[in-house]
Design a protein around this ligand. Structure first.
Ligand code: UDP
Length: 330
């Protein structure tokens, strides 16, 4: 693409992984950045992994007449299933952004999606020589004991806790992606996405920002889990998309944190949202979910150095745009 060549791209599951409607942004950015991206497809898989599988099959099956992935192809898509069919020519990019969010699906489905679909998607990318981008997450760091989190930190994850399926699915995804890179020479990218927010988030997806905004705009109690002293670092969606694209165009194959290093407590962000919406809402405290990470802040020195990327949208500006969006949807 740097040389202006035309490439096809498959965009999968983007929506769910970041838990809001970032796909349209990515779509627009892709269209702006890629020279006429022929065959750009999107699977908007929503929360249901079964629907995800069906939509994946539909896109592959109809557009390129590639049969659905099979268990036989899960280990090596180049040998069976998707990889043995040559219709998908010139696939330049494979954005594999798996639908393994926790909300609204049976927990084991997260792992099922990561293992079966992930391996198939890597097989397809291998068969077509496509660049492969996997949306990973700061969740791979678990409840981190190192702060801020550098890419070299291995994390502190409870594999059998309620977040385990999501965390381990993502860690599995990173492992298999690196394995394809090492053993098959696939040009793979791993982006570790920190908490992200922006317009088109789903109002009721349970995330802090949409929850606080919908509560504040309706003058309802704002529900802070625990004592609100846990910290997060929130990235505005356009910064995230710019970071992913920078990574995609880079030569980097190791995982890269993309996030905004500005860290704040959950209580602070709740209060900020109440004040910015001019709401009469009060804070109420609810039990802290099990294994809820106490702190989270990306060390983005690697992204700064190798991608020349850093976030540009200040929190207040991003919140302003997001509140404006929610005002129109409530
Ligand atoms: N949170 C909260 N109230 C809510 C939703 C979330 O206090 O209504 C807290 C949650 O416990 C966590 C933080 O906000 O500490 C961020 O939660 P979110 O689900 O947005 O992201 P994640 O936990 O994956 O970082």
């Amino acid at each position: 693409v740097a040389d202006g060549t035309e490439r096809d791209a498959v965009v999968e599951g983007l929506v769910m992984t970041v838990r809001f409607e970032v796909a349209d942004d990515a779509w627009a950015v892709l269209e702006g950045n890629l020279a006429r991206p022929r065959g750009l497809e999107r699977c908007n898989n929503d929360r249901d992994p079964h629907r995800f599988v069906r939509s994946l099959h539909r896109v592959w099956g109809q557009r390129w007449r590639i049969p659905p992935p099979t268990r036989g192809s899960a280990v090596d898509g180049g040998r069976a299933g998707v990889g043995s069919h040559g219709q998908l020519q010139g696939l330049g990019y494979h954005w594999e952004l798996w639908n393994i969010a926790m909300g609204g699906m049976a927990p084991y489905d997260a792992l099922r999606v990561a293992t079966i679909i992930g391996a198939d998607a890597l097989g397809l990318a291998k068969a077509k020589g496509a660049r492969f981008v996997i949306a990973s997450t700061s969740e791979v760091y678990g409840d981190p004991l190192e702060h801020p989190q550098k890419e070299t930190y291995w994390g502190n994850v409870n594999p059998v806790g309620p977040r385990g399926v999501y965390d381990e699915a993502k860690r599995f995804a990173e492992a298999i992606t690196m394995a394809y890179h090492r053993y098959h020479g696939l040009d793979t990218k791993i982006v570790r996405i920190f908490n992200t927010y922006g317009p088109r988030m789903r109002l009721h997806d349970g995330r802090a920002v949409p929850a606080f905004m919908s509560q504040a705009l309706r003058n309802e109690d704002v529900t802070v889990f625990g004592d609100g002293s846990q910290t997060r670092s929130f990235t505005y969606v356009s910064d995230l998309v710019a970071g992913i694209l920078a990574l995609m165009h880079s030569r980097v194959n190791d995982p890269v944190n993309i996030g905004n290093p500005r860290e704040m407590t959950i209580k602070e962000i709740a209060e900020t949202i109440i004040s910015m919406t001019g709401s009469r809402s009060k804070l109420v405290y609810r039990p802290l979910p099990t294994d809820d990470p106490k702190q989270r802040r990306p060390d983005i020195s690697l992204a700064r150095r190798v991608l020349k990327w850093e976030p540009t949208v200040p929190l207040e500006e991003g919140l302003k745009r997001t509140i404006a969006y929610f005002r129109t949807t409530l």
